[in-house]
Design a protein around this ligand. Sequence first.
Ligand SMILES: Nc1ncnc2c1ncn2[C@@H]1O[C@H](COP(=O)(O)OP(=O)(O)OP(=O)(O)O)[C@@H](O)[C@H]1O
Length: 245
Amino acid sequence: MTSTPVAVEIRSISKQFILRHSRSIKEAVVWLAQGRRKDLSNRFHALKDITLDIAQGETVALLGLNGSGKSTLLKHISGVMTPDEGTVRTRGRVAGLIEVGAGFHPDLSGRDNVFLNGAILGMTEQQLKERFESIVEFAEIEQFIDTEVKFYSSGMYLRLAFSVAVHSDPEVFLVDEILAVGDEPFQRKCLEKIGELVDAGQTLVVVSHDLELVQRVCRRGIVLEHGNVVFDGDVSEAVSVVRSR
Ligand SMILES: Nc1ncnc2c1ncn2[C@@H]1O[C@H](COP(=O)(O)OP(=O)(O)OP(=O)(O)O)[C@@H](O)[C@H]1O
């Protein structure tokens, strides 16, 4: 018997952030007088001891209220953040849309950014040359391809970034809420493209508050609350859990 290979393996990851507070001079003097015993900054756990596997070809939605840790978890899967404890392992090429404009250089043109971003995502120069026209065509920004991207609207950034990412043949595709900045026709086009990737067996991990959309796109739902996984199972049950909070 062969089991489906694991695309993302997350083992006991924790991530803390430091909350800085501005203190009054009086508080600082008391702190010094007490021998600097208490830390003046507060730490809090954005992710607490999370362990999960995502199998190749699975479609997963990360759900939860604002600040529950969804984007932080997605950033750990993409590798832009590393955990304080635990490990994240991914199989194959990971690409996606985490933040609008991430991986783009503002002073370079759209054309140069396709090559820069494509190289970051692991495409060779030859592959980029072959796919360039298709990337620009999908993004529908031919007219602006030689404009510096600092003059792009957020929707134009999204179009180009999404197009480069899907053309990089990722095994694991990550999408944070940012599809929301695309206009309706482009969102529809992105969803169709995501459907094609999924049909081709690619793994999808989505962060979204659009509970109708995630039920259409994903089968599994993971609900986070204060950095903990509180539900992991069928997406419609996960949506009910979120709605009950
Ligand atoms: N780089 C950072 N430095 C400090 N705190 C951070 C950082 N990134 C995230 N946080 C904090 O970690 C917590 C979880 O944030 P995260 O963005 O993962 O939440 P989320 O579930 O995606 O929320 P939302 O639905 O609002 O997008 C929040 O309290 C946030 O302020």
